[in-house]
Write a protein that binds this ligand. Structure first.
Ligand code: M6R
Length: 608
């Protein structure tokens, strides 16, 4: 998603804006730009593509202003080119925007009728002209900005710069996040604390409907009616963390390798490894024993984590779970019971569809729990109970460590729910927690398979389609594997429940179709073997990910065999995720795609 930065500073800010934008690169973008006040006029440099192009522009033609705004654009309205790149200008005003202005057509017609000429295809340009018209009508800068913001419908975060105001940026938030960074005799705006990390860790997050007036020594925040509001300043933890690749080639690879540590970290937040007890549900604003149904919704990888969670909550806690893709859930008018629990899973905590589903459930009187990686995020702030994943910042667009941390939380919570509902006794609880404590060790062993997987990836990089199959908790993992492969390698991939193969997808099987089968030797291993036989009989090429027992007992011919150690059942989706991620990663590396920022994708999807 687009990234926003603003600085009211004392030295030339263009290079600082670009540095901050680099820290937002992980969100995904296709063009970038900065604008500063240059003496008596506004000036800007913009470039299509990566930030290095913008840096080259600035090298050839530097900007020297000490107040400025910057932007990385993820195209929604209009193609990703320089003309559509932000900042957008209207005479005395420059604007950067994240989100979608839903009433932009009506505003555009109105402004065109008033003589304003549009130079881009974006929805954002209406904001610049609206503010500019207010100035022409004699309003002061802040008033003109407020009046314009009040006309906007949709989701937006904005930063507005004025030619005549060398000590002012106006920001606004309605949907996508915007944070104020407090400095000494300088002030900042940014899409998140990571962007502002080099400048400050003193952060104030705007809430929906807030707009703010930021000057070197002061910040004022107002609601949409113009009434002042107080928002707490926080010391951001995330901002203190260094965001770099270490010795790894890509953030994604680094994040895959961080998994043993972050899984352990996350699990220890929910279970006592000494006593082998889950930390239980004391202190929660709801009681698992009193809940009849659990509604989970999320998007993308987080949705697949939720699907795996469904198996666990139903198996261990006998708690029925409805699992939905958030973009469907928010509109499908599902009957929901007051007092039941709704759970939302999100790495960023800002995903627009997930947030809208949360708000819908809150209106229905449900308890709201969220599994989030960013504790200061909107989803976290709007929940009654936060279940943090302790994955640290995830920069690669393809989610890896956040996924396994989400699974760690969900497995622990399912055990806690089972304990509260009396569906598992103390002995079973201790056994399951003991099993979970082994996750980091098995995750480490899975990482050792990287070399072998890299070789297999060389084969996969030559194909056009891949099928992933699994059963039970490995069925959602099959879909996650397919998602991972398609998003970073651009190879078409689908994940299916292995038993569903003969109901349609088997028609696709021939000697050109690799089939990745995720099949630990569990209760239903034999069933999956039958499905592999069906694939093999039709000439399909099987890449089997299994354990030692599974490898020993497979009679089916496989093209590649990835063998993990035997492990407790509850661990398999957590640990098998690693070879699945590595396979996608090395396929993409072999194909030479942009692994960390794949085309068309954004890290944090703050629009519908
Ligand atoms: O931040 P969230 O977890 O809410 O994001 C949800 C999806 O957009 C995200 O998981 C997406 O599918 C990833 N790119 C998958 O790797």
């Amino acid at each position: 998603m687009c990234g926003i930065v603003g600085i009211v500073g004392n030295v030339p800010v263009a290079p600082l804006l670009v540095d901050a934008l680099k820290r937002l690169e992980y969100r995904g973008y296709d063009s970038a730009g900065v604008a500063t006040i240059e003496g008596d006029h506004l000036d800007r440099r913009r470039a299509q593509g990566k930030l290095v192009n913008l840096e080259n522009r600035l090298k050839d033609s530097p900007l020297s202003g000490t107040v400025g705004i910057g932007h990385t654009r993820w195209a929604t309205h209009g193609v990703p080119n320089e003309v559509n790149a932000h900042p957008h200008f209207s005479e005395n005003v420059a604007v950067v925007h994240n989100g979608i202005i839903e009433n932009f057509r009506a505003l555009r017609d109105e402004l065109s009728a008033d003589g304003y000429v549009f130079t881009s295809q974006t929805d954002t340009e209406v904001v610049a002209h609206l503010v500019s018209r207010g100035l022409k009508q004699g309003l002061g800068a802040v008033e003109a900005a407020h009046k314009a913001i009040a006309r906007l419908e949709g989701a937006f975060a904005l930063a507005i710069l004025f030619k005549s105001e060398t000590d002012l940026i106006v920001g606004a938030r309605n949907g996508p996040p915007l944070a104020i960074g407090h400095g000494e005799d300088e002030m900042f705006l940014g899409s998140d604390a990571i962007a502002l990390a080099p400048f400050t860790n003193r952060i104030t997050y705007l809430e929906d409907g807030d707009w703010c007036v930021v000057t070197r020594n002061d910040v004022k925040i107002f609601d949409i009616n113009g009434a002042p509001v107080e928002r707490a300043m926080q010391h951001s933890v995330g901002s203190a963390l260094l965001v770099d690749k270490g010795n790894h080639r890509h953030f994604m690879q680094k994040e895959i390798y961080e998994q043993p540590e972050v899984i352990s970290h996350t699990l220890s937040n929910y279970a006592d490894f000494g006593t082998c007890e889950v930390r239980g549900s004391e202190g929660l604003p709801f009681d698992f024993a009193e809940i009849d149904r659990l509604a989970i919704s999320a998007c993308g990888t987080a949705y697949y984590a939720g699907m795996i969670g469904k198996y666990w909550f139903e198996r261990y806690a006998r708690l029925p779970v409805d699992i939905d893709i958030a973009s469907e859930f928010r509109y499908r008018e599902m009957p929901l019971a007051k007092g039941d629990l709704a759970m939302f899973i999100s790495q960023s905590g800002e995903t627009a569809d997930t947030l809208a589903s949360l708000r819908y459930c809150r209106e229905q009187g449900m308890h709201i729990g969220s599994v989030v990686n960013v504790r200061e995020s909107t989803i976290a702030r709007e929940s009654n109970a936060i279940f943090p994943t302790l994955a640290g910042p995830e920069i690669g667009v393809a989610s890896t460590k956040a996924f396994t941390c989400q699974l760690s939380v969900l497995a622990s919570l399912a055990i806690a729910a089972g304990k509260a509902r009396g569906t598992i006794d103390a002995e079973r609880e201790h056994q399951l927690v003991r099993d979970l404590t082994e996750a980091p060790r098995f995750a480490n062993q899975a990482l050792k398979l990287e070399k072998q997987i890299e070789t297999i990836a060389h084969d996969l990089a030559r194909v056009k389609h891949v099928l992933y199959l699994g059963r039970d908790t490995n069925f959602p993992l099959a879909m996650e594997g397919a998602l991972k492969l398609k998003e970073i390698s651009y190879i078409h991939a689908e994940g299916y429940a292995a038993g569903e193969l003969k109901h349609g997808p088997i028609a696709l099987i021939d000697e050109n179709m690799p089939v990745v089968v995720i099949a630990p030797h569990d209760r239903i291993f034999e069933k999956t073997v039958s499905n592999m036989q069906e694939v093999s009989a039709r000439g399909g090429r099987i890449i089997l990910i299994t354990d030692e027992k599974g490898a020993a007992e497979t009679s089916v011919k496989t093209e590649h065999l990835i063998v993990l150690p035997d492990m407790p059942e509850i661990l398999t989706p957590l640990v098998y995720a690693i070879p699945v991620q590595l396979l996608a990663y090395h396929t993409a590396v072999t194909m030479g795609t942009d692994v960390d920022q794949p085309r068309n994708l954004a890290k944090s999807v703050t629009v519908e």
